[in-house]
Write a protein that binds this ligand. Sequence first.
Ligand code: 5GP
Ligand code: MN
Length: 331
Amino acid sequence: MTSGLHPALSPEQEHALGVLSGASRVLLTGHERPDGDCIGAQAALSRVLESLGKQVTILNPDPPEVRFAQLTRAVAYGVDDGGAVPPHDLLVLLDGSELSRTGRLAERFEAAPSRKLVIDHHILPPDRWWDACFHDVTASATGVLVARIAEALGVELDEVAAQGVFTSIVTDTGWFKYSNTDAETLSVAGHLVQRGVDIAGQFMDLNQRRPADHPVELGRLLARTEYFAGGRVALLTLPLGTDGRVPEMDTDDALDVVRSVDGVEVVLFVREIHPGLCKLSARSKTSFDVASLARTFGGGGHRKASGATLEGELADSARRVVQLAVQQLGS
Ligand code: 5GP
Ligand code: MN
């Protein structure tokens, strides 16, 4: 029986569902610097599986941002301390499909004698290393896939799970602004509101509790905007702070401003995360495929939102990315 909120499952998704149903000790993991989609989907899946009597633990490579505390406090959220991974019979990777995206955890996961399941909405790598995969590149967020799984398992989302899926959706659709927002996304969101999600409260918690220096930091970053290819490519760069730390900055806040400029087609945000190591976030306003751009640098993502980790100094990394984007845009 279906509610009409979601599309029918594919045979591969049915197989993934069987693998999930058959497990009793499940370990959930996600990508480095987990975002709201990753954490929201994990929190939701954790509650769904617990309601079925399974033992569920979350182990991520990095701690969550404080704004996700309501979710992470409600589930068994753990951060890698370099030690042994907890015993489990199924490892589930959410919001990514390459084990390398779990950073230092990847080696231990690989060595674990568990079955492996991927739940993701990004383009998959050619190497299918998993036992099962619940995947749909058209899903706006991994949280939407968890909502599909819950429905297929006959589990109603509880308050935490509903908040998790909502966090996933608003993170990955930019609060329903981006082109991945579709009818399923809006139907699911409507259902979540019926389940008690407080939209204004969520907006307050997720996006309206920035530190006092946020406007100054954002202004400083935006003041460094550079344009290339006659204004079709915009570049933002953010070096490490003078204290050697990564400045707190929500990538999407900055990207949204630059993306709003008329004529800009591609926005590239390169931020230094360690000396000699940078993180790229790329966004496209047109059919230009930034996932393909990111893959050139070993990253990935979606056609309109992608990322990669770049080795090299900030200025050099930025120059390489801009050069390729300008070249791929053509004239
Ligand atoms: P963001 O710029 O918000 O970090 O990421 C945008 C999109 O690109 C997300 O869907 C994210 O999963 C993907 N992405 C970001 N960084 C990487 C990366 O290093 N590797 C891969 N494969 N995807 C990435
Ligand atoms: Mn996602």
